[in-house]
Design a protein around this ligand. Structure first.
Ligand code: NAP
Length: 199
């Protein structure tokens, strides 16, 4: 398959790139580096990326900015970043990319466990993760030429280590990547794949 991966330089993206490249032709799009440069928060940039890359069998997104912060201190711009980047950025990959997906192909987005298991300080992240999962479920009802799914990672061990957290409850990036491979190669449509279920 010819696969466009957005976010291949990230913690999860690097592991997904490693696994997908074993069996597929990979085109990587990144914010600062890659075969194609894209800014997820900019609609024109997403449009140019698809025009430059052309048709593919699958699009995988392992990007999306949304920050943590206490509810009573979270400023407008943090909500706006989460909405415009992680949520609408990925939704725009589907809206603008749909014409470039070969019949029978797929788009896989990234949400996160905080949609269903929030923690203190996760309001903005939980908000967009939940919205992404609902979007995928609803949009899939109207998409019949390609499959649309989301992967919901739990905390990644490498990220926890970077944040100085105990990594025991996390999943490695390499194991998290297996859910993305399942979404690309499987038959599911309109679902959220919980990463731990695909290890
Ligand atoms: N890591 C976790 O524990 C975890 C858990 C649950 C969910 N998630 C979700 O998984 C996704 C990836 O997380 P991660 O930890 O792997 O992220 P990460 O290591 O911070 O990597 C982020 C990636 O996004 C790219 N990027 C940043 N801003 C961008 C923009 N405006 N347009 C296009 N690309 C942009 C970066 O590219 P450059 O390197 O070029 O800047 C990088 O490839 C996020 O949606 C995150 O919320 C992560």
């Amino acid at each position: 398959m010819k696969i466009l991966l957005i976010g291949a330089t990230g913690t999860i993206g690097k592991a997904v790139a490693g696994r997908l490249a074993e069996n597929h032709e990979l085109i990587v799009a990144g914010y600062s580096d890659g075969d194609v440069i894209v800014d997820l928060g900019n609609t024109e940039s997403i449009r140019s990326m698809f025009a430059e890359v052309g048709n593919v069998d699958a699009v995988v997104s392992t990007v999306g900015l949304a920050n943590f912060g206490p509810f009573d201190q979270l400023p407008d711009d943090e909500y706006q970043l989460a909405l415009s980047n992680k949520l609408m950025g990925q939704i725009n990959l589907v809206r603008l990319g749909r014409g470039y997906i070969n019949k029978g192909g797929s788009i896989t987005l990234t949400s996160g466990v905080l949609s269903r298991e929030p923690m203190q300080g996760s309001v903005a992240v939980s908000m967009v993760n939940g919205a992404l999962e609902s979007f995928v479920k609803a949009a899939a009802l109207e998409l019949d030429s390609f499959r649309l799914n989301a992967v919901s990672p739990i905390f990644v061990k490498e990220t926890m280590a970077m944040m100085g957290m105990d990594t025991a409850s996390g999943l490695s990036a390499a194991d998290t990547a297996k859910a993305y491979v399942a979404a690309v190669t499987g038959m599911m449509h309109g679902i959220t794949l919980d990463a731990p279920a695909y290890v």
